[in-house]
Structures are given as structure tokens and as C-alpha cells.
Design a protein around this ligand. Structure first.
Ligand code: ARG
Length: 563
């Protein structure tokens, strides 16, 4: 939807007209605009006649006709059709509206958001679920920042918990030396532990003891753990650099070791934490199952650490909003967390939002490290890279590129393809990787967007845009109108992407813009256009370039220099 000053004045205008004509009193919020799917129905329409017909005891058709007769504006034509009031912008007006869109500056809102995203677990390869969190989380972060929020990004690294007890125990049992183990080996040991523990439940006890040792600061446990953390962080950093992602703070779960006690005391003091069978829990009555704060052996949980994390973030940043980009399988955990925060009186649960992403799916079903059937990020990126190379090899431009330039371009195409394949879906949807679609140069894909952008850029590189004066006449054909109409949706799209935590809205918009631009590009000359319309076409190209560039930038999709 659009979001322009003129919308407000049009609403006021409509309100006055409705009052004059029918003595109907309405609020501005009751007037809603929509963009008709069929462009012959105009550029904007409203169903207000349906809304007030009953009140004023007339048919919607009659109401709409009266409105259309009454409103007259230089900037658009008004018509009624089957009870709808349709507005069609004049070419000049549409042109000027699109110019307004290009001013990207937003006022600073004085509001702060903490975005919790990525958060892979150490001693495991960077998984594809964390890839989703990283990609979507970064896009949400960028969108909020662009819209005027102060943003704090935090990587809540999974570097603490019973699973490290299992791992250390397994390393000890198998007489391994941590120095010789790769991340892959560590993952295998973990998977192996679960297989063996099925037949020998006693192993769980050993794992528990080792986690307890770790929490109590036992020298050997801590040293093995530290070594795992180091190895993992080194790998994660490579991944982030490849994905071109930078997260403001990396504060893993272990960071909160000494911050849980205070929170536990407070929860006990406020009688929110209760003893149950030797453990400490938060009871939510019938609303949902209880959350565990302390296990019966006194060790802390993921939940306790998240609670301490909220406290820490409030004390440090006092954010107006907390966003968690985490898989949908943690919905209950998040609800329990938000509710507990509210029970403690720290914040209202409305100030929290869980962007609960769906799964990447394999044919066999949900991925799980325990069963050892993970898709690794490495596989996805390597396959994308291989296919990006194929695309490059078919391209003309590759001939005069150096090896280094080629490599850079391949990397950007691959990363762009993977990111877009994710972002184009609403976060809650599951993703099934279909390589043909992910890399399709003609379809709804990252490479298609990159290619469209570069096409606009190459036109611009060949010319200089001359300013279009206020007096010059603007006459638009339908392809030009389509591009400009798309462009003016940009602000509204951003607003809705921010409000709904949906980078997918922006991804969809970028694709449609690219499509409209390509339709314009392939049916009309730009540089060879007659001189009186050449400037206007260059303007359309430049505006598309600017908005598409900004959209891809916000989505975190890199642009190769050539492809
Ligand atoms: N490391 C966790 C996992 O892989 C995700 C952490 C998300 N953030 C949080 N504050 N709980 O499941």
C-alpha cells in the first residue's frame, strides 16, 4: 500500500464530501484505499460507499456515483464503478509521486529494538535453521533501522547447556583428544552419544554429571568446552563473512552464568518460581505447561538463561521492543518466557515478538542433529556456488573478467540466490529447496533481481540524466505507468514489512518492480527514445535502480559487479 501525504488529504476531502452530500459523519480511519488489480479500474480505489450505504439508506452504487461527481481534482480523475470509487492519477501527478518515494530519509523515532538472531550452537556445524534465522533476522534488523529505529543486534550463541555435558562425556569415554577433533567430529560424537544412550540410559547420568562439573567450573570440563567454543567461533566467523552479515554483539548463553542467580532470587521472592519435585519451575496454570528454572540437581536451563538475558537487555538498553528470530519449534518456550517476564513485572508481553520461522525440509521430514540427518549450510552454499558458476559461464561478460572478479561474482550470485529463496517466503512457511527455482534467471529468484538491477545500471552508465523541469510535459505509456505505480508503493511496503516483521513483503515488492521494469525495458527504447521522452525514461530507469538497490540492500542481497 501507498503511504503518502496526498492520501491523507484525499481522505479529508472524501470526509467533507460525504458530510455535505449525505450528512454522514465518518472517521478518517474508516476510509481505506486499495490498489485495483486491473489497472483499467484506476490507480487507487475505495469501498467507502459500501461502508456507509446502509447508514445513509442509499445503494452503494448511488453513493459512489454521487461522490465521483462531486470530487474534482487536477491530479486525478474520479470514476465510480459498481459501488467503488476509483481514482486515476494524471501522468504528471504519478510522476511527481514517484519522485517523493526516492527520498529515503526517515526521521529518527527515538525507539529502540533488540533483535536476537542467528544464535548457532557450538560444536555443531552452522545449520540451515540458523541460516534462516541469520538471513531473516538481519533483514528485519535492517528494515527497522531504515524505518528510524535504533537497532541492537545480538547473537545469543548456544554455548551452554546439558548438550555440552554429553559432548564432554563422550570425548572422555572415547579417549579423544579435543585438539584433534574437527567440528564435524564433534557433531558425530554428539550423534553417537544419542544412539548409544538409547540402549544404555546410564549414559545420560554421566552427561549430566559433566554438565554439572562445567557449571561448577571444573578445570578439565572448562578447558574442553573452551576449546570447542574457539573452534566453532572461528568457523562461524567464516560463515558470517561469506554471508556478509555482521551482528552487533555476540553474547552466548555462557555469558549469563553469573547473572542467573539474581533473577532466580527475584522470581522466588515474587513467588513466581515454585519448587516441584526438587526442581524449580514457573507454573502457568492451565494456560500452558510449566517452565523449568532449575533441574533437581540444581543445574540451570535454557529457559533460565533466556530469562537472565531479558533482564540484562532491559538494564543495558531498555528497549521498546524485543524481536526473537527463532524457529517455530520454540514457540512454547517463547510464550513461557514472555509470560514470565510479564509476571515478574519487567515488561508487557506485547513488547516481545517471536518471529517463528518454519523449517527447511528434507523429503524424510524434519531435520534433527540427534538423528544425524542435517542439511548443512556448507552443502547449500556449495551447491549454490556450483550453479552460480554455470550461470556465469553462459554469460558474455565473463570473457574479460579476471579470475578474482569471477570468483567474487559467483559468490554474490550464490549468496543472493540462497538469501532470496528464503526471504521471498513468509517466515512462518516451510522451505523446500528447489534448485531450478532458486537459480532461475527468468523467474522469482535472487539472480533475476541482481540481473535486473545490473540491466538498469548499465543503461545509466551509458548516459547522464538531465533534470526534468517542472514545466516539462510528461506523457506515460502503460509500461511506464506500471513501473511508477510500483515505485510509489515502496514506503508502504517498508512500513508493513516493519510492522509485520515480514521481509517477505519487501522481497515480493522487489520482484514485482523488477518484472515491471523488465517489461518496460523490453518494449521501449530508453537511450534511443525520441528526445522529448528520453529524459522521462531515464528517470524511470534511475528511480527503479535506486529503489531496487535499496530493497536488495535491506534484504542483505549482494550485487555482483557484472553477471
Ligand atoms: N541456540 C538456540 C538454538 O539453536 C537459539 C537461541 C535463540 N535465542 C534465544 N534467545 N533463545 O535453538
Amino acid at each position: 500500500m501507498m503511504k503518502h501525504m496526498f492520501e491523507k488529504s484525499l481522505k479529508e476531502n472524501l470526509r467533507t464530501v460525504l458530510c455535505d452530500l449525505f450528512n454522514a459523519k465518518i472517521n478518517l480511519e474508516e476510509i481505506e484505499f486499495e490498489i485495483p488489480t486491473d489497472p483499467s479500474h484506476g490507480d487507487l480505489c475505495t469501498n467507502i460507499a459500501f461502508r456507509i450505504a446502509g447508514k445513509v439508506k442509499k445503494s452503494p452504487v448511488e453513493v459512489a456515483e454521487k461522490i465521483a461527481e462531486r470530487i474534482s481534482e487536477d491530479s486525478f480523475e474520479v470514476k465510480s464503478l459498481n459501488g467503488f470509487v476509483n481514482f486515476r492519477f494524471t501522468d504528471k501527478f504519478l510522476f511527481n509521486l514517484s519522485k517523493d518515494t526516492l527520498a529515503f530519509e526517515r526521521e529518527r523515532l527515538g525507539k529502540r529494538v533488540v533483535v536476537d538472531y542467528s544464535a548457532p550452537n557450538i560444536a555443531k556445524p552452522f545449520g540451515i535453521g540458523h541460516l534462516r534465522s541469520t538471513i531473516i533476522g538481519q533483514a528485519i534488523y535492517n528494515l527497522y533501522q531504515f524505518e528510524g529505529w535504533e537497532t541492537v543486534g545480538v547473537n545469543h550463541l548456544g554455548d551452554w547447556g546439558t548438550q555440552y555435558g554429553k559432548l564432554i562425556f563422550q570425548i572422555k569415554r572415547k579417549n579423544k583428544n579435543i585438539k584433534d577433533l574437527s567440528i564435524g567430529d564433534l557433531e558425530n560424537l554428539y550423534v553417537e552419544f544419542h544412539k548409544e544412550a538409547k540402549d544404555d540410559p546410564g549414559l545420560e547420568e554421566g552427561a549430566r554429571i559433566w554438565f554439572k562439573k562445567l557449571e561448577d567450573g571444573d578445570g578439565e570440563a572448562v578447558s574442553i568446552w573452551e576449546s570447542c567454543v574457539k573452534k566453532s567461533i572461528k568457523q562461524f566467523e567464516e560463515t558470517y563473512s561469506l554471508l556478509d552479515v555482521e551482528i552487533d554483539y555476540c553474547m552466548g548463553e555462557s555469558f549469563y552464568q553469573d547473572k542467573m542467580k539474581m533473577v532466580l532470587e527475584e522470581a522466588k521472592g515474587k513467588e513466581i518460581a515454585k519448587e516441584s519435585k526438587g526442581a524449580l519451575i514457573v507454573d502457568f496454570g492451565n494456560e500452558m505447561p510449566p517452565a523449568m528454572l532449575l533441574k533437581s540437581d540444581g543445574s540451570t536451563t535454557y529457559f533460565t538463561r533466556d530469562l537472565a538475558t531479558v533482564r540484562y537487555r532491559i538494564d543495558r538498553w531498555n528497549p521498546d521492543l524485543f524481536i526473537y528470530e527463532i524457529g517455530a519449534d520454540q514457540k512454547l518456550h517463547m510464550r513461557q518466557l514472555f509470560k514470565t517476564v510479564e509476571m515478574l513485572g519487567w515488561k508487557k508481553s506485547e513488547e516481545f515478538f517471536h518471529v517463528a520461522h518454519g523449517m527447511y525440509r528434507l523429503k524424510e521430514g524434519k531435520m534433527s542433529t540427534r538423528k544425524g540427518r542435517t542439511i548443512h549450510l556448507e552443502y547449500v552454499l556449495n551447491e549454490a556456488m556450483r550453479r552460480a558458476e554455470e550461470i556465469m559461464m553462459q554469460s558474455e561478460t565473463v570473457k574479460d573478467m579476471t579470475e578474482k572478479q569471477k570468483k567474487e561474482a559467483i559468490k554474490k550470485i550464490a549468496v543472493g540466490a540462497v538469501k532470496y529463496a528464503d526471504l521471498k517466503n513468509h517466515y512462518s512457511r516451510d522451505i523446500v529447496f528447489d534448485w531450478e527455482k532458486v537459480m532461475n534467471l527468468r523467474g522469482d529468484s535472487g539472480p533475476y533481481l541482481q540481473y535486473s538491477l545490473l540491466r538498469a545500471r548499465s543503461v545509466l552508465n551509458k548516459c547522464k540524466q538531465e533534470p526534468i523541469s517542472e514545466e516539462s510535459t510528461i506523457k506515460l505509456n502503460s509500461e511506464e505507468r506500471a513501473v511508477l505505480k510500483k515505485l510509489i508503493e515502496f514506503d508502504g511496503v517498508i512500513e508493513s514489512a516493519v510492522r509485520n516483521f515480514t521481509p517477505s513483503s519487501l522481497a515480493g515488492f522487489a520482484f514485482e518492480l523488477a518484472k515491471d521494469f523488465n517489461a518496460f525495458y523490453s518494449s521501449h527504447p530508453i537511450l534511443k527514445a525520441p528526445s522529448e521522452i528520453k529524459n522521462q525514461r531515464i528517470f524511470i530507469t534511475e528511480a527503479t535502480h535506486k529503489v531496487l538497490n535499496k530493497s536488495l540492500d535491506l534484504l542483505g542481497i549482494p550485487i555482483p559487479e557484472r553477471m
